[in-house]
Design a protein around this ligand. Sequence first.
Ligand SMILES: [Ca+2]
Ligand SMILES: [Ca+2]
Length: 673
Amino acid sequence: MALSLAGIFSLPRAGATTYFVAPNGSDANPGTNLAAPFQTIQQVAAKAGPGDTCMIRAGVYHETLSPTRSGTVNSPITFVAYSNEVVTIDAADAVTGWTALSNGIYQASAGWDLGEGFNQVFVDGVMQHEARYPDYGAGDVLHPGTVAVVVSTTNTALITSAAWGGKPDNYWAGAWFVGGVGYSWAWQSAQVLSSTGTSILVDASTQTPNWWFTGAGAGYLWGKFSLLDADNEWYLQTNAGANTLYLRITGGANPSTHSVEMKHRNWCVDINGWNYVTVSGINLWAGAARLAGAGNILQNSQAQFLSHFTTISQGYLENGGSDQGSGVLLNGASNIVRGCTLANTAGCGVYTSGAGNTITRNHIYNTDYSGTYACAIAIHGAGDVVTFNTACASGRDILRPEGVGSTICFNDLSNPGLLCKDLGVIYAWGVSPPAASQTSARIAFNWIHDNNYPVPSPLVYLDNYDQNFVVDHNVCWNTGGDSGIRVNGPALGHQIYNNTLFNCADVGAYAYDQWPASNPNPSLWTNDVNQYWASNNLFLGSSPQTQLVNWTNDDFRLQPDAPAIDAGVVIPGFTDGYVGKSPDLGAYEMGGTAWSAGTGSRPTLTGTNTGGGGLVLRASVDAAYYQLYCASNLAPPLVWNPVTNVPFVSGIQWSVTLANSGNSSRYYRLQGN
Ligand SMILES: [Ca+2]
Ligand SMILES: [Ca+2]
């Protein structure tokens, strides 16, 4: 028996056309010959039909991949990097023609303007900062330079900061304020009308609605030429028809000898109303990806700076008020994003609506650097599946399950709350399914950890007015003192089983009941109820080493003498296949199969000969999202056939018995989707 994992390869089908695109090609070429390719992706997008493959040669393409027709379920249209060459769709365009001004500042004319807070400049692939006070500093995208501020509670347009003093009246007028204050559920922005002393007065009509918080916090001012006084800052002067970009790069050097780009388009990939289009191995820069339709796929893409905004038009929206703030937007049915890296973006990494979408094996980090109500993964669809992702570092939450019937399994999720407060690694508020019999989400077999913001916050946070979440077999560790799994009232129908928790407080140890305020669904929430069932959870306080094998190396199995062994109760559907006289407490059953989470997770497959040609294959629980394949030999041409006659399935753990004919060999492997 052999075990391996490999990508899925398919050959162009007979009758379909293969097109080629290369930067040195010509759109006047036929495009069907590697030696005479098209020059633009859009040229091939205009021609490709069902079953066609569009091979893109190495290079940077300054355009939007926007299909003009649909593929079919059996004959998708495929856009793919040719022979694994490095292909990038860049939504920013070059700015050239620099002349020196003063103080290391250079200027050039720029032909476009995406609007206040939506422009973005890169020098040699490094994001620069719109002229600001204080200067950004050396931090990454989630650690902006700020000063202490107070938004007045009596005049909410009045903001003070000791750092703003010593300037002439109205020195700050025209700049934009951005910051997180008070409750800081999300950051807020407004434009400065006037200033005097240590105070600014903002234009109330520009204040972020829902929410504009008051109280103490931190913020910065941006958007005036006078604030351009440090390296890596820029300012765009937008006069009618003649925009001027001012820029000071590192060391005050001449930008002419560097690559300077300014964002020009919101979308790198825009599949808007088309079906069965696959985009594979194509990197995205400074723009978002929309998969609106059915059966579209984005895979194996390195994507950075999917969205950018420093003005926040709606405080509570995950996308900051614009579609591109969704990052990768899955809007429709059965769309897939897999194997991608999604990093450094103002809004979400992925945002779903519709139904049956899949998010798997993505590495997502540095999301929500705007500080709005965004997260790495926002689920709004029905029956969406989120598996084997590694997502970490976000301004607010890492994952928000707001759909119905979602499956969230085998993910490694950590480190939220780098800009906002009162949040979770997984956070839900006011989420209930249409019918009482439905589950909002099953959150199982995940590693959920490190919510270390100075204000204690939970790991799994089922805030007020949530219903029917199933939270089982997760490992939850490291908070600043809040619950590993927290349920705030009103709450209804949650099931919390077999989780392992340590270096945090126990399930539900902190609870805040909002009843009857802000009732989002008065027909459902007719009285104050705080209902959830919790069993078989293993809470280890600050002593995980007493029962776990080696938690610092992600080995959360029980030690041989752990008191948790056989200390649990039978919960049908959750403890099926337990070993020994009873189920154990916690996420790992002694004697059961190990499992791991995140993009590095690989299921185990072991085989036991049972004599007479029989073979029992036993896989770990994380194999539930894999298909078993069989080959009779490993010599070319190697053919793996799916094993479809799986004779035994139990829960999401399965084992198979397959007849081994005669003395010939069989090879088996698990392959992900
Ligand atoms: Ca500055
Ligand atoms: Ca047991």
